[in-house]
Write a protein that binds this ligand. Structure first.
Ligand code: AP5
Ligand code: MG
Length: 185
């Protein structure tokens, strides 16, 4: 299965991704994790991405599209993958569509995890990643609302969007996701 996960910072994408991977076995492609690893390794991409991430802004499309294009060629992606945090702009979604059309491997479903802002702040306050200070969270939310939320309509038009209520326990939310994934397999 080829799945895209969309949701604001702190919605629980990473948390639910772990459970999806354990049950359905797609490759897990988290662009946030990839960029943090690149930053820590001080690679060229990491150095380019660092200041955007620290400010809560999106890294430039061309940087991340190149990373994904390479990653999708790897053997573990051929049986399916979960894109966690990509695409995040219309330009990224269009680039992904071009790659998938060229390979003849369309997406199966786009999962939106919907969580109110107050709950996002509460969850991220309890985590403490470098970009989890309130002013950076605010910027990440602005980026989500301005640049990423237009993707919801983009994928609704392609009949791929499934919106999941992201409030509740981790297991309750996963049960909602299972219902959707079991219906598209
Ligand atoms: P990224 O790493 O993708 O961060 P994000 O989207 O801000 O989301 P998070 O990882 O913070 O939240 P999550 O939804 O995964 O929630 P989690 O499961 O951790 O991106 C970071 C940065 O990288 C971006 O700002 C940007 O600069 C750059 N970047 C990445 N991709 C890019 C792209 N495509 N284009 C451009 N730039 C890009 O959960 C959060 C907390 O809540 C945890 O503590 C968890 O334990 C808790 N929690 C989870 N579920 C529940 C629950 N049900 N109840 C209570 N608590 C819960
Ligand atoms: Mg995450």
């Amino acid at each position: 299965m080829r799945i895209v996960f969309i949701g604001p910072p702190g919605a629980g994408k990473g948390t639910q991704a772990e459970k999806i991977i354990a049950k359905y076995r797609p490759a897990h492609l988290s662009t946030g994790d990839m960029l943090r690893a690149a930053r820590d390794a001080k690679s060229e991409i990491g150095l380019q991405a660092e200041k955007f991430m620290a400010a809560g802004q999106l890294v430039p499309d061309e940087v991340i599209v190149g990373v994904i294009e390479h990653r999708l060629q790897e053997p573990d992606c051929q049986a399916g993958y979960l894109l966690d945090g990509f695409p995040r702009t219309i330009a990224q979604a269009e680039a992904l569509d071009r790659m998938l059309t060229a390979k003849g491997t369309p997406l199966n479903v786009v999962l939106e995890l919907r969580v109110p802002d107050e709950e996002l702040y509460r969850r991220l306050a309890g985590r403490g990643r470098a970009d989890d200070q309130p002013e950076v969270i605010r910027e990440r939310l602005v980026a989500y609302n301005n640049q990423t939320s237009p993707l919801l309509q983009y994928y609704a038009k392609q009949n791929l969007l499934a919106t999941i209520d992201g409030l509740g326990t981790v297991d309750e939310i996963f049960a909602r996701i299972e219902q959707v994934l079991d219906s598209v397999q």
